[in-house]
Design a protein around this ligand. Sequence first.
Ligand SMILES: Cc1ncc(COP(=O)(O)O)c(C=O)c1O
Length: 344
Amino acid sequence: MTGRNFVSDNVAPVHPAVMAAIAAANSGPAASYGEDAISARLDEAFGGLFDAEVRVLPIATGTAANALSIAAMAGPGARFYCHEQAHIAVAEEGAPGFYVAGGECVGVAGELARIDPAALGASLAGAKGGILSLTQATERGTVYSPAQVAALAAIARAAGLRVQLDGARFANAVARLGCHPADIAGRAGVDALVFGTSKNGTLNAEAMVFFDPAFADELFPARKRSGHAYSKMRYLSAQLEAYLADGLWLDLAAHANAMARRLADGLAGHPEISLLAPVEANLVFLDMPGWVLEGLRAEGFEIHAARGGASVRLVTSYATTPDDVDRLVEAALPGRSVERRASR
Ligand SMILES: Cc1ncc(COP(=O)(O)O)c(C=O)c1O
Protein backbone atom coordinates (compact mmCIF):
# COMPACT_ATOMS: atom_id res chain seq x y z
CA MET A 1 0.00 0.00 0.00
CA THR A 2 1.01 3.61 -0.43
CA GLY A 3 -1.27 4.85 2.34
CA ARG A 4 -2.05 8.55 2.04
CA ASN A 5 0.71 9.37 -0.42
CA PHE A 6 -0.61 10.26 -3.88
CA VAL A 7 2.34 12.46 -4.89
CA SER A 8 3.95 10.11 -7.43
CA ASP A 9 4.25 6.51 -8.52
CA ASN A 10 7.89 6.89 -7.50
CA VAL A 11 6.89 6.72 -3.84
CA ALA A 12 5.89 3.04 -4.07
CA PRO A 13 8.21 0.39 -2.63
CA VAL A 14 10.02 -2.16 -4.77
CA HIS A 15 7.84 -5.11 -5.75
CA PRO A 16 8.73 -8.26 -3.75
CA ALA A 17 9.33 -10.31 -6.92
CA VAL A 18 11.91 -7.74 -8.03
CA MET A 19 13.58 -7.70 -4.62
CA ALA A 20 13.69 -11.51 -4.71
CA ALA A 21 15.35 -11.41 -8.12
CA ILE A 22 17.99 -8.98 -6.83
CA ALA A 23 18.64 -11.28 -3.89
CA ALA A 24 18.84 -14.31 -6.19
CA ALA A 25 21.38 -12.51 -8.37
CA ASN A 26 23.46 -11.79 -5.29
CA SER A 27 25.48 -14.95 -5.25
CA GLY A 28 29.10 -15.48 -6.12
CA PRO A 29 31.11 -13.67 -8.77
CA ALA A 30 29.66 -12.58 -12.07
CA ALA A 31 31.27 -10.84 -15.00
CA SER A 32 31.04 -7.05 -14.78
CA TYR A 33 29.76 -4.26 -17.08
CA GLY A 34 26.94 -6.30 -18.59
CA GLU A 35 28.98 -9.36 -19.49
CA ASP A 36 27.08 -11.50 -16.96
CA ALA A 37 24.59 -14.26 -17.75
CA ILE A 38 21.46 -12.34 -16.73
CA SER A 39 22.32 -9.32 -18.88
CA ALA A 40 23.02 -11.66 -21.78
CA ARG A 41 19.41 -12.86 -21.71
CA LEU A 42 17.81 -9.41 -21.98
CA ASP A 43 17.91 -8.94 -25.75
CA GLU A 44 16.02 -12.16 -26.20
CA ALA A 45 13.50 -11.42 -23.46
CA PHE A 46 12.68 -7.97 -24.86
CA GLY A 47 12.87 -9.30 -28.42
CA GLY A 48 10.11 -11.75 -27.51
CA LEU A 49 8.04 -8.97 -26.01
CA PHE A 50 8.39 -6.74 -29.05
CA ASP A 51 8.39 -9.51 -31.63
CA ALA A 52 11.58 -8.07 -33.13
CA GLU A 53 15.33 -8.20 -32.94
CA VAL A 54 16.27 -5.58 -30.37
CA ARG A 55 19.28 -4.46 -28.34
CA VAL A 56 18.65 -3.59 -24.73
CA LEU A 57 20.80 -1.44 -22.46
CA PRO A 58 19.78 -1.17 -18.80
CA ILE A 59 20.20 2.22 -17.18
CA ALA A 60 19.41 3.55 -13.73
CA THR A 61 17.29 6.68 -14.35
CA GLY A 62 14.68 7.79 -16.82
CA THR A 63 16.48 11.07 -17.40
CA ALA A 64 19.72 9.36 -18.42
CA ALA A 65 17.77 6.87 -20.51
CA ASN A 66 16.04 9.66 -22.42
CA ALA A 67 19.22 11.66 -22.93
CA LEU A 68 21.40 8.75 -23.98
CA SER A 69 18.83 7.11 -26.26
CA ILE A 70 18.45 10.48 -27.98
CA ALA A 71 22.22 11.00 -28.11
CA ALA A 72 22.65 7.62 -29.79
CA MET A 73 20.67 8.89 -32.77
CA ALA A 74 21.42 12.62 -32.84
CA GLY A 75 24.33 14.43 -34.44
CA PRO A 76 25.85 17.68 -33.10
CA GLY A 77 23.42 20.61 -33.14
CA ALA A 78 20.39 18.31 -33.47
CA ARG A 79 16.94 19.51 -32.51
CA PHE A 80 14.75 17.37 -30.28
CA TYR A 81 11.10 17.99 -31.12
CA CYS A 82 8.82 17.12 -28.24
CA HIS A 83 5.61 18.28 -26.63
CA GLU A 84 6.04 21.64 -24.93
CA GLN A 85 5.18 20.01 -21.57
CA ALA A 86 7.44 16.98 -22.15
CA HIS A 87 9.60 15.84 -19.28
CA ILE A 88 12.73 16.26 -21.42
CA ALA A 89 11.74 19.87 -22.14
CA VAL A 90 10.71 21.03 -18.68
CA ALA A 91 12.03 18.68 -16.01
CA GLU A 92 15.41 17.25 -17.01
CA GLU A 93 17.56 20.38 -16.80
CA GLY A 94 18.46 20.16 -20.46
CA ALA A 95 19.91 16.65 -20.15
CA PRO A 96 19.64 15.74 -23.86
CA GLY A 97 21.55 18.93 -24.73
CA PHE A 98 24.16 17.98 -22.13
CA TYR A 99 24.85 14.79 -24.10
CA VAL A 100 24.47 16.18 -27.64
CA ALA A 101 26.77 19.11 -28.41
CA GLY A 102 24.67 22.11 -29.43
CA GLY A 103 21.44 20.12 -29.25
CA GLU A 104 18.24 21.88 -28.28
CA CYS A 105 14.63 21.03 -27.46
CA VAL A 106 11.85 22.47 -29.59
CA GLY A 107 8.44 22.43 -27.91
CA VAL A 108 5.44 21.47 -30.04
CA ALA A 109 1.85 22.22 -29.05
CA GLY A 110 -1.03 19.79 -28.64
CA GLU A 111 -4.05 19.22 -26.40
CA LEU A 112 -3.67 17.17 -23.24
CA ALA A 113 0.09 16.78 -23.72
CA ARG A 114 -0.30 14.89 -27.00
CA ILE A 115 1.61 16.43 -29.92
CA ASP A 116 -0.71 17.79 -32.56
CA PRO A 117 0.25 16.37 -36.00
CA ALA A 118 -0.39 19.68 -37.79
CA ALA A 119 1.73 21.56 -35.24
CA LEU A 120 4.51 19.01 -35.69
CA GLY A 121 4.34 19.37 -39.46
CA ALA A 122 4.60 23.15 -39.12
CA SER A 123 7.56 22.91 -36.71
CA LEU A 124 9.38 20.59 -39.05
CA ALA A 125 9.10 22.83 -42.11
CA GLY A 126 12.61 22.99 -43.51
CA ALA A 127 14.01 20.63 -40.88
CA LYS A 128 16.79 18.31 -41.89
CA GLY A 129 17.03 15.51 -39.43
CA GLY A 130 16.81 15.55 -35.66
CA ILE A 131 14.74 13.61 -33.17
CA LEU A 132 11.04 13.38 -32.44
CA SER A 133 10.51 12.46 -28.79
CA LEU A 134 7.05 11.27 -27.71
CA THR A 135 5.98 10.55 -24.14
CA GLN A 136 3.75 7.53 -23.50
CA ALA A 137 1.69 7.79 -21.34
CA THR A 138 1.86 11.58 -21.58
CA GLU A 139 2.61 14.05 -18.83
CA ARG A 140 -1.14 14.72 -18.64
CA GLY A 141 -2.01 11.05 -18.13
CA THR A 142 -3.37 10.56 -21.63
CA VAL A 143 -2.15 7.99 -24.13
CA TYR A 144 -1.37 7.98 -27.85
CA SER A 145 -3.18 5.24 -29.77
CA PRO A 146 -1.09 3.02 -32.08
CA ALA A 147 -2.44 5.00 -35.05
CA GLN A 148 -1.47 8.31 -33.44
CA VAL A 149 2.08 7.12 -32.73
CA ALA A 150 2.41 5.82 -36.28
CA ALA A 151 1.08 9.05 -37.79
CA LEU A 152 3.48 11.25 -35.82
CA ALA A 153 6.39 8.92 -36.52
CA ALA A 154 5.59 9.01 -40.25
CA ILE A 155 5.62 12.83 -40.27
CA ALA A 156 8.96 12.80 -38.46
CA ARG A 157 10.52 10.17 -40.66
CA ALA A 158 9.45 12.01 -43.82
CA ALA A 159 11.52 14.95 -42.56
CA GLY A 160 14.52 12.71 -41.86
CA LEU A 161 14.06 12.50 -38.09
CA ARG A 162 14.56 9.51 -35.84
CA VAL A 163 11.88 8.69 -33.29
CA GLN A 164 12.47 8.22 -29.58
CA LEU A 165 9.76 7.33 -27.08
CA ASP A 166 9.93 8.28 -23.41
CA GLY A 167 8.06 5.34 -21.95
CA ALA A 168 8.42 6.17 -18.26
CA ARG A 169 4.80 4.91 -18.10
CA PHE A 170 4.88 2.67 -21.16
CA ALA A 171 3.31 -0.22 -19.22
CA ASN A 172 0.38 1.95 -18.15
CA ALA A 173 -0.19 2.90 -21.78
CA VAL A 174 -0.14 -0.70 -23.00
CA ALA A 175 -2.49 -1.71 -20.18
CA ARG A 176 -4.88 1.04 -21.19
CA LEU A 177 -4.72 0.40 -24.93
CA GLY A 178 -4.84 -3.38 -24.71
CA CYS A 179 -2.54 -3.43 -27.75
CA HIS A 180 0.56 -5.44 -28.54
CA PRO A 181 3.52 -3.49 -27.09
CA ALA A 182 5.10 -3.39 -30.53
CA ASP A 183 2.09 -1.49 -31.89
CA ILE A 184 3.16 1.67 -30.05
CA ALA A 185 6.88 1.03 -30.48
CA GLY A 186 8.86 -0.66 -33.28
CA ARG A 187 5.88 -1.40 -35.52
CA ALA A 188 4.72 2.21 -35.25
CA GLY A 189 8.07 3.62 -36.40
CA VAL A 190 9.81 4.15 -33.05
CA ASP A 191 13.60 3.68 -33.27
CA ALA A 192 14.44 3.82 -29.58
CA LEU A 193 12.19 3.22 -26.60
CA VAL A 194 12.82 4.02 -22.98
CA PHE A 195 10.93 1.17 -21.36
CA GLY A 196 10.39 2.59 -17.90
CA THR A 197 10.04 0.23 -14.98
CA SER A 198 11.01 2.05 -11.79
CA LYS A 199 7.64 3.83 -11.49
CA ASN A 200 5.97 0.43 -11.69
CA GLY A 201 7.79 -1.90 -9.33
CA THR A 202 11.55 -2.02 -9.87
CA LEU A 203 14.29 -0.38 -7.82
CA ASN A 204 16.40 1.51 -10.35
CA ALA A 205 16.28 -0.05 -13.78
CA GLU A 206 14.99 1.40 -17.03
CA ALA A 207 15.62 -0.35 -20.34
CA MET A 208 16.76 1.49 -23.45
CA VAL A 209 15.37 -0.69 -26.23
CA PHE A 210 16.82 -0.11 -29.70
CA PHE A 211 14.96 -1.46 -32.69
CA ASP A 212 18.08 -0.84 -34.80
CA PRO A 213 21.00 -2.52 -32.98
CA ALA A 214 23.48 -0.13 -34.60
CA PHE A 215 22.30 2.68 -32.32
CA ALA A 216 23.05 0.62 -29.23
CA ASP A 217 26.59 0.04 -30.52
CA GLU A 218 26.94 3.80 -31.04
CA LEU A 219 26.24 4.30 -27.38
CA PHE A 220 29.01 2.29 -25.77
CA PRO A 221 31.56 5.12 -25.49
CA ALA A 222 28.91 7.65 -24.38
CA ARG A 223 27.64 5.34 -21.66
CA LYS A 224 31.14 4.98 -20.29
CA ARG A 225 31.99 8.65 -20.64
CA SER A 226 28.80 9.70 -18.86
CA GLY A 227 29.22 7.26 -16.00
CA HIS A 228 26.39 4.96 -17.02
CA ALA A 229 28.36 1.79 -17.64
CA TYR A 230 27.66 -0.18 -14.47
CA SER A 231 30.17 -2.63 -13.14
CA LYS A 232 27.40 -4.38 -11.19
CA MET A 233 25.00 -4.54 -14.14
CA ARG A 234 23.66 -7.96 -13.14
CA TYR A 235 21.51 -6.35 -10.45
CA LEU A 236 19.79 -4.00 -12.90
CA SER A 237 19.31 -6.79 -15.40
CA ALA A 238 17.82 -9.06 -12.72
CA GLN A 239 15.21 -6.40 -11.99
CA LEU A 240 14.25 -6.13 -15.65
CA GLU A 241 14.06 -9.89 -16.06
CA ALA A 242 11.77 -10.27 -13.05
CA TYR A 243 9.65 -7.35 -14.24
CA LEU A 244 8.98 -9.04 -17.58
CA ALA A 245 8.47 -12.54 -16.18
CA ASP A 246 4.91 -13.85 -16.39
CA GLY A 247 3.59 -10.46 -17.51
CA LEU A 248 4.23 -8.87 -14.11
CA TRP A 249 4.85 -5.47 -15.75
CA LEU A 250 1.42 -5.43 -17.34
CA ASP A 251 -0.47 -6.73 -14.32
CA LEU A 252 1.08 -4.05 -12.11
CA ALA A 253 0.28 -1.28 -14.56
CA ALA A 254 -3.29 -2.49 -15.04
CA HIS A 255 -3.77 -2.35 -11.28
CA ALA A 256 -2.32 1.18 -11.05
CA ASN A 257 -4.64 2.31 -13.86
CA ALA A 258 -7.65 0.70 -12.18
CA MET A 259 -6.86 2.57 -8.96
CA ALA A 260 -6.75 5.88 -10.85
CA ARG A 261 -10.11 5.05 -12.43
CA ARG A 262 -11.56 4.24 -9.01
CA LEU A 263 -10.25 7.53 -7.65
CA ALA A 264 -11.68 9.57 -10.52
CA ASP A 265 -15.03 7.78 -10.29
CA GLY A 266 -15.14 8.27 -6.54
CA LEU A 267 -14.50 11.99 -6.82
CA ALA A 268 -16.77 12.45 -9.84
CA GLY A 269 -19.84 13.18 -7.73
CA HIS A 270 -18.12 15.94 -5.78
CA PRO A 271 -19.78 19.24 -6.72
CA GLU A 272 -16.61 21.29 -6.39
CA ILE A 273 -14.05 19.00 -7.92
CA SER A 274 -13.69 18.62 -11.66
CA LEU A 275 -11.47 16.50 -13.87
CA LEU A 276 -8.97 18.44 -15.96
CA ALA A 277 -8.03 15.55 -18.23
CA PRO A 278 -9.43 12.15 -19.15
CA VAL A 279 -8.02 9.41 -16.93
CA GLU A 280 -6.29 7.02 -19.32
CA ALA A 281 -3.38 5.79 -17.21
CA ASN A 282 -2.45 6.24 -13.54
CA LEU A 283 -2.52 10.04 -13.28
CA VAL A 284 -5.59 12.00 -12.20
CA PHE A 285 -5.62 15.77 -12.81
CA LEU A 286 -8.24 17.76 -10.93
CA ASP A 287 -9.38 21.25 -10.20
CA MET A 288 -10.04 21.26 -6.44
CA PRO A 289 -10.84 24.25 -4.20
CA GLY A 290 -7.89 25.21 -2.04
CA TRP A 291 -9.79 24.57 1.17
CA VAL A 292 -10.60 20.99 0.13
CA LEU A 293 -6.94 20.43 -0.67
CA GLU A 294 -5.84 21.92 2.63
CA GLY A 295 -8.39 19.76 4.47
CA LEU A 296 -7.03 16.63 2.84
CA ARG A 297 -3.49 17.64 3.69
CA ALA A 298 -4.56 18.28 7.28
CA GLU A 299 -5.72 14.65 7.38
CA GLY A 300 -2.30 13.50 6.28
CA PHE A 301 -2.82 13.08 2.53
CA GLU A 302 0.24 13.98 0.50
CA ILE A 303 -0.74 15.59 -2.77
CA HIS A 304 1.09 17.45 -5.52
CA ALA A 305 -0.73 20.65 -6.46
CA ALA A 306 -0.16 23.94 -8.22
CA ARG A 307 -1.97 27.25 -8.06
CA GLY A 308 -3.62 26.63 -4.68
CA GLY A 309 -5.57 23.59 -5.86
CA ALA A 310 -6.48 24.73 -9.38
CA SER A 311 -4.28 21.97 -10.71
CA VAL A 312 -3.99 18.91 -8.50
CA ARG A 313 -2.20 15.75 -9.64
CA LEU A 314 -2.99 12.48 -7.91
CA VAL A 315 -0.86 9.50 -8.89
CA THR A 316 -1.61 5.86 -8.18
CA SER A 317 0.81 2.96 -8.45
CA TYR A 318 0.91 -0.81 -8.46
CA ALA A 319 1.03 -0.60 -4.67
CA THR A 320 -2.03 1.62 -4.20
CA THR A 321 -4.88 -0.36 -2.62
CA PRO A 322 -8.63 0.16 -3.04
CA ASP A 323 -8.68 1.15 0.64
CA ASP A 324 -6.06 3.84 0.04
CA VAL A 325 -8.27 5.27 -2.69
CA ASP A 326 -11.51 5.00 -0.76
CA ARG A 327 -10.04 6.76 2.25
CA LEU A 328 -9.12 9.77 0.13
CA VAL A 329 -12.50 9.83 -1.61
CA GLU A 330 -14.24 9.64 1.75
CA ALA A 331 -12.14 12.44 3.21
CA ALA A 332 -12.96 14.68 0.24
CA LEU A 333 -16.71 14.04 0.46
CA PRO A 334 -18.81 17.21 0.37
CA GLY A 335 -20.17 16.70 3.90
CA ARG A 336 -16.69 16.38 5.32
CA SER A 337 -15.44 19.32 3.31
CA VAL A 338 -18.35 21.54 4.32
CA GLU A 339 -17.69 20.72 7.97
CA ARG A 340 -14.12 21.78 7.41
CA ARG A 341 -15.14 24.97 5.64
CA ALA A 342 -17.55 25.81 8.46
CA SER A 343 -14.87 25.27 11.06
CA ARG A 344 -12.34 27.49 9.29
C1 LIG B 1 7.45 11.18 -18.30
C2 LIG B 1 8.72 11.05 -17.52
N1 LIG B 1 9.86 10.83 -18.18
C3 LIG B 1 11.03 10.69 -17.54
C4 LIG B 1 11.12 10.78 -16.17
C5 LIG B 1 12.49 10.72 -15.53
O1 LIG B 1 12.72 9.72 -14.65
P1 LIG B 1 13.88 9.81 -13.54
O2 LIG B 1 13.34 10.61 -12.43
O3 LIG B 1 14.13 8.37 -13.21
O4 LIG B 1 15.09 10.44 -14.16
C6 LIG B 1 9.95 10.99 -15.42
C7 LIG B 1 10.01 11.08 -13.94
O5 LIG B 1 9.17 11.62 -13.27
C8 LIG B 1 8.72 11.14 -16.12
O6 LIG B 1 7.57 11.39 -15.46
